[in-house]
Design a protein around this ligand. Structure first.
Ligand code: NI
Length: 182
């Protein structure tokens, strides 16, 4: 196990498409995922893609866990346990999009509002070679789309329609987030 160095915006690792993995069950992929998990937990992140740790492979990790503040039962598709996916793919299930706040371990200190599809279906291989196929909505769909973008060399600021909605996280904590519907 090892905590890996996280690439930051401007590092070429983050701007180039990642390569498909030939064997999802290869020991090097299992080791990579263990290290990515340790790195993500250490950095207090909710997702991490291999290019963020300087590995140009189509491997990602995320979680979309039920918050303790959830007042009422929401759709199961809004949540996912810690999930590792190798060679993932996805499609939208509707054209509906929503704007929400995102951060990224490769863009430290900033928070930005990004439009993402609300309902998607994704699939990919687990580290034991099982095909995982899920529907996702809400935060679960958002975090997946964010991590998947890393595999195509895209960071969330490139998805933003208005840079008025890119702020320093600590300033937002002090002054509140800007109105997302401006
Ligand atoms: Ni990110």
């Amino acid at each position: 196990m090892a905590i890996l160095k996280i690439a930051r915006m401007g590092d070429p690792s983050l701007s180039q498409p990642a390569e498909p993995v030939a064997d999802p069950t290869a020991s090097e992929i299992n080791q990579l995922l263990e290290d990515m998990n340790e790195t993500m937990v250490d950095a207090n992140g909710t997702g991490l893609a291999a290019p963020q740790v300087h590995v140009r492979k189509r491997v990602l990790l995320f979680m979309a866990e039920r918050g303790s503040s959830d007042q009422e039962e929401v759709s199961e598709t809004e949540h996912a346990p810690l999930t590792a996916l190798i060679n993932p793919s996805w499609t939208k299930l509707s054209d509906q999009m929503s704007i929400g706040w995102e951060g990224c371990l490769s863009v430290p200190g900033l928070t930005g509002a990004v439009a993402r599809y609300c309902h998607i279906q994704y699939q990919g291989y687990s580290p034991v070679g099982e095909l995982i196929k899920r529907e996702a909505s809400g935060f679960h769909a958002r975090v997946f789309q964010h991590e998947f973008d890393h595999l195509d060399g895209i960071l969330y600021p490139q998805r933003m329609k208005s840079l008025d909605l890119l702020v320093f996280t600590d300033e937002a904590q002090r002054h509140g987030l800007p109105n997302i519907n401006q």
